[in-house]
Every structure is written in structure tokens, then in C-alpha cells.
Design a protein around this ligand. Structure first.
Ligand code: PGA
Length: 250
């Protein structure tokens, strides 16, 4: 089975409700004839607006984080059931900014992945090495560890997407080359194959993320082991995001 191709825009902490409305209205025509699935990962406060504006179309809505407990005394957190109820279909888990600034660890990533999948959400799990780790030559070890721990207790990969996002490429304008990105995505597929077998691994959507933009998207998306993108900065401009969506052919 071939993986589904998915272009996801990670808005990070951007866009008020009014800005969300405007951006989505401009993205809808770009997504209309897309050959791939289109996902927008919006702040919690924009989820309802995004769901309402996209419910008849082919854009799916994602949250950017969740908590792993069902409910309780976790001030400031949002549960997977809350996300489900509001109409989100995906949740991004383990983005490097959450690992770097908010104490996310491989273990909390795993708990969140399990909770989200159990609730019926799909997950986009982010992995990737820092510049220091790449220079030390331990990219594979780091990425294999992140993938394996994230998936502990996950029986089926049907609702799981993995995004390979080298930390040194995020928001820096320094994109991995097509070959560098494909090499690690292929390695992730191998790692998954060892646990879940050939058919699950070959059907798994693996995205690349890190300064993907309207200029470099076609090259990255043409790589055999890259099945889509997780796009930050360039997803905030409907024109650029539209070019990336169009570059994601089957
Ligand atoms: P960027 O962000 O495209 O702005 O580098 C990607 C991401 O953080 O998902």
C-alpha cells in the first residue's frame, strides 16, 4: 500500500480568529483540487473557527499539542476528548519547540500519542536531531530512539504520521537537501519496518519539515520516502502554501 500524501501547515502561535478566517478563505481554493490531503495545525483558540470554515471541504484541522490525561488538575492543558469534541481530526505531538521550550520528553510524547490514538484522533509525531547531534554523527540513533519510544504500546500505524524535522532546519531558512531529508525518512521507514513489518512501514506517511517553502517543496516532495510536508513559516501565506500543495502530486 502506498502512503497517503499529506501537506500540513503548522501555524505555531500565529493568527487571531479574524486572521484565521481570512487565511482559511484564501487556502480553500488552493486545496480544492489537491492531490494530497491538506491539514492545518492551528492554535487551540482557532480550532472552532477552523473546523466551522472547513467542514464541507477537504481540509482537515489539527491541534498542536494535547495532554495525555483524560481530565483533572492540569491547569492550562487541553485533553484529547476536548479536541475530538471540537472537531479536530489530528494532533501534532512532540514538535521540537515543545521539546525545547516546554519540557516535552520522549516519554511524554509516547503518553500523548497513545492517548490521542485511543480517543480516535490521528497523530503527527515529530522527530529530528539537533545540529549538534548531526555534527556528532548520531542522527540515526537520535531519530530511532524518538520513533521507537513514541510508538511504545501503539498497535496499528493506521492513524499515525511521522514528521522528520531536523531541528537545525526549523525556522532557520536552512533546509535539508533533498538527499539528506530522504535518507533520514528512509531510515525512519526501516526503523518502523523492524517493529511493524513491511506492509505497515511502506504504507506509513512520513513528512519532511524544516524551512520547506514554495521554491524547494517540489524537490523534497519528489523523493521516494518523503510523503508530504509539515510547513511552518510558508504555511502562513496562502500563495506559498498553495504552491506547496500543488507540488505534492501522487
Ligand atoms: P518552518 O517550521 O517551516 O518554519 O521551518 C516547520 C515546523 O516547525 O513544523
Amino acid at each position: 500500500m502506498k502512503p497517503r500524501k499529506i501537506i500540513a501547515g503548522n501555524w505555531k502561535m500565529n493568527n487571531t480568529r479574524a486572521q484565521t478566517r481570512e487565511l482559511i478563505e484564501n487556502i480553500i481554493p488552493k486545496a480544492e483540487n489537491a492531490a494530497c490531503e491538506v491539514v492545518i495545525c492551528v492554535p487551540f483558540t482557532d480550532l472552532e473557527t477552523a473546523v466551522n470554515l472547513t467542514h464541507t471541504g477537504n481540509i482537515r484541522v489539527a491541534a498542536q499539542n494535547c495532554h495525555f490525561e483524560k481530565s483533572g488538575a492540569f491547569t492550562g492543558e487541553i485533553s484529547v476528548d476536548m479536541l475530538k469534541e471540537i472537531g479536530a481530526e489530528y494532533v501534532v505531538i512532540g514538535h521540537s519547540e515543545r521539546r525545547q521550550y516546554f519540557g516535552e520528553t520522549d516519554v511524554t510524547v509516547n503518553k500523548k500519542v497513545v492517548a490521542a490514538l485511543e480517543s480516535g484522533l490521528s497523530v503527527i509525531v515529530c522527530v529530528g536531531e539537533t545540529l549538534d547531534e548531526r555534527e556528532q554523527g548520531i542522527t540515526r540513533e537520535v531519530v530511532a530512539r524518538q520513533v521507537k519510544i513514541a510508538l511504545i504500546g501503539v498497535k496499528s500505524l493506521e492513524n499515525t504520521v511521522i514528521a522528520y524535522e531536523p531541528v537545525w532546519a526549523i525556522g532557520t531558512g536552512k533546509t535539508a537537501t533533498d538527499d539528506q531529508a530522504n535518507e533520514v525518512c528512509a531510515f525512519i521507514r526501516e526503523t518502523v519496518k523492524d517493529i511493524y513489518g513491511e506492509s505497515a512501514a511502506s504504507g506509513l506517511t512520513i513528512q519532511y519539515g524544516g524551512s520547506m517553502n514554495a521554491k524547494n517543496a517540489a524537490g523534497l516532495l519528489a523523493q521516494p520516502d518523503i510523503n508530504g510536508g509539515l510547513i511552518g513559516g510558508a504555511s502562513l501565506k496562502a500563495e506559498d502554501f498553495g504552491v506547496i500543495i500543488a507540488a505534492c502530486t501522487l
